[in-house]
Design a protein around this ligand. Structure first.
Ligand code: SF4
Length: 714
């Protein structure tokens, strides 16, 4: 007998609702549901991305029992032993070095909001540190920092369904067709309904292909282009003077800062024609409803926060806030990266974006949690390798639902850092590259095996539901963390995810009215939702009241800075990391789905221009060697007319062609987000392709053997 369980897709921030089809305790398919954002549509990951629940062991194996490293080898143990070992080691490290010697992560993936709430509470209340962070640091960290400064809330001001009803879309460094196919569908619909489409991107993406104007800027020149946009708005008096005088501050300083960025000057930096810069800003300013969407092409640079503030300033200057189908949308990548930020898995804020440095707020949490809490901002995720290797400050790392060895920059340095720690705890659903460095592995339930809430990219809380029983002896994440906490002397005894959610709601004014029952009744609730009788908020800043301390929007512009590692004679090309549509993040989930794993496999591709391919004697599909100052890998050449000469692109999903062996760990000074979108590399053709192919097969087989070490078929 088949059951249909309504839940939310675990693969991107679009927040598509779907039914999991369950037969005899196994998931056998998925069907689209009529969710707010997807309205009966799914992309291929939504349709075929459930198969990893059946543990086909295509790539890596499902973790089924706890493990502890004994005499160098990971060995299965009982839960009692694993929890006891973890609690004892953490307690000893805390006593010897202090609570700040322990770092923890949240998880933006399957676990859900309740598990993130419990994790940050554990780090703050049981350990006694604000050292909690997660992979938002390597993606939309600049959006949280920049938009909080400019507008007050570090989130999309608009809703995903509103995209199709705008008059003009300015898409900046955002490849929706690959990252959020269901958002891309809204972009296509907007175009079909007559919207003007402007795309700023070095690559000719799918959106650029259908754009009215494509601005093919050089990589790493975002700030110069955004300043020039501001220059045009100000000097041609296209900005809304009444709006600026009533709702915005900082105009005079802004005007002075953009003065030198004439379109001609910007053209000399960005390569975008001055005439196009003027044309698109005239269109943007004159549109009744205009919306900005942006993604990693803005955030993964060392000048990302500045650019986020600069983009928000364009919308402030032209009064594109406080209504439907206007505003600015940082479209969050992973399914629940908005949620893990909402739940305070960040080093500077409690759940609900409440500052840890505010004594009144801290007192509220201290009263609720029955303990004193640390008052200074904790460490950021991307600072961890340096803090271990250079400053000797971190001794234990509790990695929950992340695989930093695969997803973070400069993988060699990260491996070295992990191996220097006294304790590495990995809590996850699959073996992964980080788990190979673990001292203890705590196996958790997956999406599909537990209840909870995800937050979509447009602030939408939606219920996820348990469809099947988990395999082996795995437990829900919140339960594992609660048991470790209890064993350390800070008891946590939640009965279910709703009890956790209700505790969180009482402490977070913006989320207070978003109960499970309201989500059931309405299909979801967008925050802010301050009370039980509040329906939620599709777009922010109604009445142009911003949530900044002054209540006004804050303009910002500053000098453009070039990316830090520039190409030279030894490393003449640039590398930018990107994604591909069939795979997700570090690929442990999609790589273990039979349909999706067929789409592409090791060693992954490197996209190169026709000119560079010809210059290097490289044909499409050939294996090539790629070098940077940090490492070398092999990848398959994908020669494309959509790529500019001098630039290359790689996805971060693959193990052998792991682009993060090459990437650089230069950070934005405010958000500490790495410059994944720009480092210098060198390409070499390989003359003996047969030998290279054999080498790839051998490396892949060896890695898979290591990953399957924990496989315990039922
Ligand atoms: S667009 Fe995103 S949320 Fe929707 S089905 Fe695809 S991966 Fe899932």
């Amino acid at each position: 007998m088949e059951n249909k369980i309504l839940t939310v897709c675990p693969y991107c921030g679009s927040g598509c609702q779907l039914y999991l089809l369950v037969e005899n305790g196994q998931v056998v398919g998925a069907e689209p549901a009529d969710g707010r954002t997807n309205e009966g549509n799914l992309c291929l990951k939504g349709h075929y991305g459930w198969d990893f629940l059946n543990d086909p062991q295509l790539l890596t194996s499902r973790l089924r029992k706890p493990m502890i490293r004994k005499e160098g080898v990971l060995q299965e143990v009982s839960w009692e032993e694993a929890i006891g070992f973890t609690a004892e080691k953490l307690t000893a490290i805390k006593e010897k070095y202090g609570p700040d010697a322990i770092m923890g992560t949240g998880s933006a993936r399957g676990p859900g909001n309740e598990a993130n709430y419990v994790m940050q509470k554990f780090m703050r209340a049981a350990i006694g540190t604000n050292n909690i962070d997660h992979c938002a640091r390597v993606c939309h960290g600049p959006s949280v920092a920049g938009l909080t400064y400019s507008l007050g809330d570090g989130a999309m001001s608009n809703s995903i369904p509103e995209i199709e009803d705008t008059d003009l879309l300015l898409i900046f460094g955002y490849n929706a067709a690959v990252t959020h196919p269901i958002v891309a569908r809204r972009i296509v619909k907007a175009k079909q309904k007559g919207a003007t489409l402007i795309v700023a991107d070095p690559r000719k993406t799918e959106s650029a292909r259908i754009a009215d104007t494509w601005l093919p800027l050089k990589g790493g020149t975002n700030m110069a282009l955004v300043n020039a946009f501001g220059h045009v708005l100000v000097t041609e008096e296209l900005y809304d003077k009444d709006y600026v005088s009533n709702f915005v501050q900082g105009f005079d300083e802004y005007k002075a800062n953009v003065e030198k960025y004439t379109p001609e000057y910007a053209e000399s930096i960005t390569g975008v024609r001055a005439a196009d810069i003027r044309k698109v800003m005239r269109q943007y300013a004159k549109s009744d409803k205009a919306m900005i969407l942006y993604g990693m092409g803005v955030c993964q640079f060392a000048q990302a926060v500045d650019v986020v503030k600069g983009l928000a300033s364009l919308a402030l200057l032209t009064g594109h806030f406080g209504r439907e189908s206007v505003g600015i949308g940082p479209v969050r990548g992973q399914n629940n990266v908005q949620g893990s930020c909402d739940m305070g898995a960040l080093p500077n804020v409690f759940p609900g974006y409440q500052s840890v440095e505010d004594a009144k707020i801290r007192k509220k949490f201290e009263k609720a949690w029955g303990t004193t809490l640390p008052d200074k901002t904790g460490y950021r995720l991307t600072e961890v390798p340096h803090l271990i290797l250079k400053e000797n400050k971190i001794k234990a790392y509790y990695i929950f639902g992340e695989d930093p060895v695969q997803s973070d920059p400069n993988a060699a340095e990260l491996r070295e850092a992990l191996d220097q720690l006294e304790l590495v705890i990995v809590q996850d659903i699959f073996m992964n590259k980080t788990a190979l460095h673990a001292d203890v592995i705590l196996p958790a339930t997956s999406w599909g095996e537990h209840d909870g809430v995800y937050s979509s990219a447009d602030r939408g809380f939606q219920r996820i539901r348990k469809a099947i029983d988990p395999p082996g002896k795995v437990k829900p994440d919140w339960q594992i963390i609660s048991e470790v906490s209890t064993a350390m002397g800070y008891p946590m005894a939640y009965k279910n995810s709703e009890e956790i959610w209700d505790e969180m709601r009482k402490l977070c004014p913006s989320f207070a009215g978003a109960s499970y029952s309201k989500m059931e009744a309405l299909g979801g609730v967008q925050w802010p939702c301050p009370s039980e009788d509040h329906p939620g908020t599709p777009y922010l800043y109604e009445g142009n009241r911003f949530t900044t301390p002054s209540g006004k929007g804050q303009l910002f512009a500053c000098e453009w800075r070039a990316p830090l590692e520039q190409p030279d004679a030894d490393y003449p090309l640039t590398l930018s990391t990107v994604r591909e549509v069939g795979h997700y993040s570090v690929r442990t989930m999609t790589g273990n789905c039979r349909a999706l794993s067929q789409l592409s496999d090791e060693p992954g591709n490197i996209q190169i221009s026709l000119e560079d391919a010809a210059e290097h004697g490289i044909a499409d599909g050939q294996l090539v060697q790629v070098y940077s100052r940090r490492g070398q890998i092999m990848a398959r050449a994908q020669v494309s007319g959509r790529i500019k000469k001098g630039a290359t692109y790689m996805t971060y999903h693959f193990w052998i062609g792991a682009c993060n062996e090459l990437t650089v760990d230069y950070l934005d000074p405010v958000s500490k987000t790495p410059e994944f979108k720009y480092c210098a590399i060198r390409l070499e053709a390989i003359s003996d392709q047969a030998q290279a192919e054999a080498s790839i097969r051998k490396q892949y087989a060896e890695l898979r053997k290591q990953m399957l070490v924990g496989a315990v078929p039922e």
